[in-house]
Design a protein around this ligand. Structure first.
Ligand code: AMP
Ligand code: ZN
Length: 149
């Protein structure tokens, strides 16, 4: 959709630090992260909010976020957990009107940092951070191969 910044990221017309992509989904770092590794997962096809989103695609979106949360536990900045969140509609503070699932890695005891993070939201070393999470995805895939071997 022209004028949509996330559609421009999908088409390559706007920059992003990508974590993974397939035919359906794209995941990239949030430019104003609440914690290091804060990632957004989006459907490549434009849907503005949950009202506009095919439920089967919503399930795939969650599966992508689920996978990322598992990868973050295995990344080079290992998380202890994650917050998965969708702001659906202006009333819920949605500011980019292309559905996105926030995956926000958490550390035990970081509550104060997380609360502050909403105000501070400063980018970390994006390439290094993205590489750490991609390593987590590789480790997860290796674990799954071992389990199914
Ligand atoms: P929301 O309030 O759920 O609509 O959040 C939108 C998120 O998109 C915010 O956390 C922004 O920091 C993030 N964001 C906006 N533009 C970009 C961009 N060009 N690349 C990466 N993240 C973005
Ligand atoms: Zn869009």
């Amino acid at each position: 959709m022209s004028g949509c910044v996330f559609c421009r990221i999908v088409s390559g017309d706007a920059p992003a630090t990508k974590i993974f992509e397939d035919d359906i989904l794209l995941a990239f770092l949030d430019i104003r992260p609440i914690t290091r590794g804060h990632t957004l997962v989006i459907p490549k096809n434009h849907a503005s909010d949950l009202d506009d989103l095919n439920p089967a695609l919503g399930a795939q979106l969650f599966a992508g976020g689920h996978r990322l949360a598992k990868a973050m536990r295995r990344s080079d900045f290992p998380a202890d957990g994650a917050n998965l969140l969708i702001n659906d509609g202006k009333a819920a503070f949605q500011t980019v009107h292309h559905v996105h699932l926030h995956v926000i890695p958490r550390q035990t005891g970081d509550t104060f940092t997380f609360a502050k993070g909403f105000v501070l939201r400063r980018p970390h070393d994006m390439e290094h951070t993205a590489a750490a999470i991609r390593t987590g995805l590789d480790r997860l895939a290796a674990e799954e191969r071992e389990t199914h071997a």
